[in-house]
Structures are given as structure tokens and as C-alpha cells.
Design a protein around this ligand. Structure first.
Ligand SMILES: [Zn+2]
Ligand SMILES: [Zn+2]
Length: 274
């Protein structure tokens, strides 16, 4: 039996097409037999507000020409409509907060403006030359690949150790999506210290780790590091940006998480637990 998909984007996310409606994502979830899904729309910002923690670091926010503010009212109305249309599905609200340890006050303002069941914490950007820059192929062109990953894990630790209001750490090695072929195969074991240090801090914070099925799939060893760190919960997230990717690769992800020692939680809506 498939678990809930706790990481889905719809047209309310700035990087998701208008044709990716909540209705189509819900229909796909019902078709797959998912018990629940959470619409976790991107919450990103193009500048600091005064009290954002990032503002006190003396960094600037790099160019983010595509980022748009999150329309909480429009999103919430759409969500209510889908809950009426799909009574057989549990539809959770949520956000994916980018760099919530830096955009601390900006994220808090969004959280105060609505009701959100799931808050993902994500690191999509790191500092380079005094500027917060999205991790992508361009940034991998400016930094040596291993150096970039090490800096990614260093910043991720700061995020996890912060009091930022998120319950699930999304795609813990997001940067690997852009790992250059010229650097050879990406090997998790080369960054074992980075993963384990982050996982210990995450376990101590009581938050859940996401297994993200849009990223290269985590190995059993990697998820076992989370188990060994004392991690309590695993969340499954497709990170779908189109309706047809909802629940994508959940079958194989379940096998990995089970082999690492985790089991279904208290009911079918729950995280998997140790
Ligand atoms: Zn993300
Ligand atoms: Zn996402």
C-alpha cells in the first residue's frame, strides 16, 4: 500500500505551469490509490526584509527573475474546492520554504497568513562571493564539484540547527541533481560525514527526513545513516511539478526505506517510522 505524497507542487508554485492544476494532481493520486497528498508550494523571496536572519549576514540575494510571491488566498480557495471534489482523498496544505533559516521573518509572515499542515524546509541556494545563489549548473561551473557539495552540507547543517519552522527536511542532497558528468559518478560515501552530521542534528530536532523521488533515489545505505542517527520518521515526496509525477517511483522508494529499517507508521496517512 502506497504512503502519502507529502511534496507536490501545483500552478500556485512560481516554477510550475498553469496547466498543472490541483484537480489533475488529486485525480492522479486517486488513480494511484494514494491515501493523501500535500500541496507544498514554493515560498521563495527576492530580497530580505529587515529582520530576516540572512539580512544580518551581510550577503545579498542573487538575481531570482522567475520567483513570484505565493498567493495564499488563491491557493487556499483552490484547496478548499479540491477537498469538496475529492472526499476520498486527504488533501493537506503546505509550503516548501526555501532557506527558511535565512528568510526567517519572511517565511513567518507567510505561515501567519494561512493554515499549513506540512512545512518543508529546503536549501536551494548557498552563498558564493557575498551573494545567495541558486545551486544549478551555473554554480557548479563556478565551484569545484566536491567543494560545492561540502559547502552545501555545511549550510544545510546551519538550516537544520536553526529554529526555522519546518517539520520535514526536503531533498537533503538537492545539489546532487546538478552534479556534472565531468566530475565522475556522484558517490554518497564521499560525503558520508556531511550526511551523518546533518542527520544527527535533524534527529535531535525531532523533524522528519524526506525521501525525494525526483532527485536521484537515495540508497539503502544513505537511509540507514538516517536510521543510525536516531531518525524517527521518513516522509515520501515526489516533488511533482506536473500531475503525472505524483507518487512517482514510490514503489522502489518504499523498498529502499524498508530495507533501511523503517516501517509504516500508525496509519496510512502517517510517515514511516523506526
Ligand atoms: Zn525543492
Ligand atoms: Zn519541491
Amino acid at each position: 500500500m502506497l504512503p502519502a505524497d507529502h511534496h507536490v507542487h501545483s500552478r500556485w508554485s512560481w516554477d510550475t505551469q498553469a496547466t498543472s492544476t490541483m484537480e489533475l494532481a488529486c485525480a492522479r493520486a486517486v488513480e494511484l490509490g494514494l491515501p493523501a497528498l500535500a500541496f507544498t508550494e514554493h515560498v521563495d523571496f527576492t530580497a530580505w526584509v529587515h529582520d530576516d536572519a540572512g539580512n544580518h549576514r551581510g550577503q545579498t540575494v542573487g538575481p531570482r527573475p522567475r520567483v513570484q510571491p505565493f498567493d495564499v488566498a488563491g491557493y487556499s480557495a483552490d484547496l478548499s474546492r479540491c477537498r469538496e471534489m475529492f472526499p476520498q482523498l486527504r488533501i493537506l496544505s503546505g509550503i516548501e520554504a526555501g532557506e527558511p533559516h535565512l528568510f526567517s521573518d519572511s517565511v513567518a509572515a507567510v505561515l501567519n497568513s494561512g493554515q499549513f499542515d506540512r512545512v518543508l524546509g529546503s536549501l536551494h541556494a548557498i552563498e558564493h562571493r557575498g551573494e545567495l545563489q541558486f545551486v544549478d549548473h551555473t554554480l557548479f561551473g563556478r565551484l569545484e564539484a566536491h567543494d560545492l557539495m561540502r559547502r552545501y552540507f555545511e549550510e544545510l547543517l546551519v538550516l537544520v540547527e536553526s529554529s526555522a519552522a519546518f517539520g520535514i527536511l526536503a531533498h537533503c542532497d538537492y545539489a546532487r541533481r546538478y552534479w556534472p558528468a565531468a566530475a565522475g559518478d556522484y558517490r554518497e560515501d564521499e560525503f558520508e560525514d556531511g550526511y551523518r552530521t546533518v542527520f544527527r542534528a535533524l534527529a535531535a530536532s525531532g523533524r522528519a527526513l524526506e525521501v525525494n523521488t525526483r532527485s536521484p533515489l537515495a540508497s539503502v545505505d544513505l537511509v540507514r545513516w538516517w536510521w543510525q542517527a536516531g531518525g524517527e520518521a521518513v516522509s515520501f515526496g515526489s516533488d511533482a511539478h506536473d500531475p503525472y509525477s505524483v507518487g512517482n517511483r514510490f514503489g522502489v522508494a518504499l523498498d529502499v526505506v524498508e530495507a533501511a529499517g523503517f516501517r509504516p507508521g500508525r496509519d496510512r496517512f502517517d510517515f514511516w517510522r523506526r
